[in-house]
Design a protein around this ligand. Structure first.
Ligand SMILES: *Cc1c(COP(=O)(O)O)cnc(C)c1O
Length: 419
């Protein structure tokens, strides 16, 4: 389900904080013919069957675009409003649109299925979200698609891999280890060889990084994270310009993918406050990252917004925002001591997600899944300490940062006692 924006958008160009409030609220989706725009939000249109007034209307093909009633699998105004809002938020998507999927993973799958054919080669960043790696090893391999993994921090080596490849899937920063690569260099090298460039932009959202404006072809998001913001609904999206929007839409239709209007309404509700939540979570995260980097128990803090973190200079140059998700590496210790640290936290849930209003902590063990880049990764000064391999990923929420700091202080004491 998706919506183009090249029609019916009559607002003047606005800045992102304004766009996020106004986007997708077409008067015909938030009112009745006699009362256009009568309410603020589009109602939840629960509909599988769409009705036609007469045979002539049924026979006239309504066009394969959203904004046309046809059948439930093509969505109705609630889903169209969300898709259009996401398109309006994505710089560079003006003549394309957004396709919605039941999860972020299905959005990644939909994008890969759109750009790849049997016999093709995919380049995949070595620090990718683990289910993306699993998709390459399983689903794509079964279809005769080869995957080559690369170190995202080595733009020169990446450029040498591009000739002959069909597509690349990038992620910035990496899901667990948070390196920010030189995105313009990677995208430029891939486009010079004609690759389709896909970016998993879940960490930054379009408020923090604009993949299409940087030359990428498809911007992918797990809406489950920042857009939902409340840890209670799952969805994914792909947003693209004119070249890839229709192929993405047709592939999603071929796979029969739909999202429910109830979930779309939840996502629209979350979207309206996303900018505010990201600002607060980023400020909290940066304060905690700075504090952790001064702690004797901590070997390294991996937080894109923190000077000295891998790729911070690229973040400062290319990004317009951050979020609450970052990791830190403990100085030596054992896996058991790290478990003690996480168990000692009382304000952090233990769970695999981020972008909610509440804080979370999980253990990070990248060594087991890296194939093209080393872990522990060398520091900016070139040093690398093998013992410093146990890391923790924190998803920082909207709590008072002083309470989170006190909780972490207590947990570090538990780690020291257990190590
Ligand atoms: C969570 C996540 C996904 C998958 O999203 P789901 O909605 O959980 O399927 C994809 N990419 C990144 C970077 C994620 O963090």
């Amino acid at each position: 389900m998706s919506a183009p924006t090249d029609k019916n958008v009559s607002r003047p160009a606005t800045r992102p904080a304004t766009t996020i409030v106004a986007a997708g609220r077409r008067p015909e989706w938030t009112g009745t013919p006699g009362h256009p725009g009568a309410v603020v939000n589009p109602p939840v249109w629960r509909a599988s069957t769409h009705l036609y007034p007469d045979m002539a209307t049924l026979r006239a093909h309504p066009g394969n675009e959203d904004g046309h009633f046809y059948y439930g699998r093509r969505g109705a105004p609630t889903q169209w409003a969300l898709a259009q809002a996401l398109t309006e938020l994505e710089p560079g998507a003006q003549h394309g649109g957004t396709v919605l999927y039941p999860s972020g993973v299905s959005a990644i799958c939909g994008a890969l299925m759109t750009v790849l054919r049997p016999g093709d080669t995919l380049l995949l960043t070595d620090n990718a979200y683990e289910p993306s790696r699993a998709m390459a090893r399983g689903l794509l391999a079964d279809l005769g698609i080869k995957t080559v993994w690369f170190d995202p921090m080595d733009s020169g080596a990446f450029a040498a891999l591009c000739p002959g490849a069909r597509a690349v899937l990038l992620e910035a920063p990496g899901s667990l280890t948070m390196e920010v690569p030189d995105m313009p260099a990677l995208i430029g090298a891939a486009k010079a060889q004609g690759l389709a460039v896909l970016v998993d932009n879940t960490w930054a959202s379009p408020l923090g990084f604009a993949p299409l404006a940087h030359g990428a072809d498809i911007s992918i998001m797990s809406l489950t994270k920042h857009v939902s913001g409340h840890s209670d609904v799952m969805m994914g999206s792909t947003t693209a310009g004119a070249q890839w929007y229709r192929p993405l839409r047709l592939k999603a239709q071929a796979m029969g993918l739909v999202v429910s209007p109830d979930d779309a309404a939840m996502m629209l509700r979350g979207l309206r406050t996303m900018g505010l939540r990201l600002e607060k979570a980023s400020a909290n995260a940066l304060a905690l990252a700075q504090w952790l980097s001064g702690r004797a128990e901590v070997a390294q803090v991996l937080c894109p917004m923190l000077p000295g973190s891998p790729g911070h200079a690229f973040w400062a140059r290319d990004f317009t925002g951050g979020c609450g998700l970052f990791s830190f590496v403990l100085k030596g210790g054992t896996a058991r001591a790290r478990d003690a640290l996480i168990d000692a936290l009382s304000l952090f849930g233990i769970g695999y997600s981020f972008g909610g209003f509440e804080s979370l902590a999980t253990p990070v063990d990248p060594a087991a899944i890296r194939t093209a880049s080393p872990w522990p990764r060398p520091r900016e000064d070139g040093t690398r300490e093998e013992a410093d391999r146990f890391a923790v990923r924190l998803a920082i929420g909207l709590e008072d940062v002083a309470d989170l700091m006190a909780d972490l202080d207590n947990a570090l004491a538990a780690w020291s006692a257990a190590r």
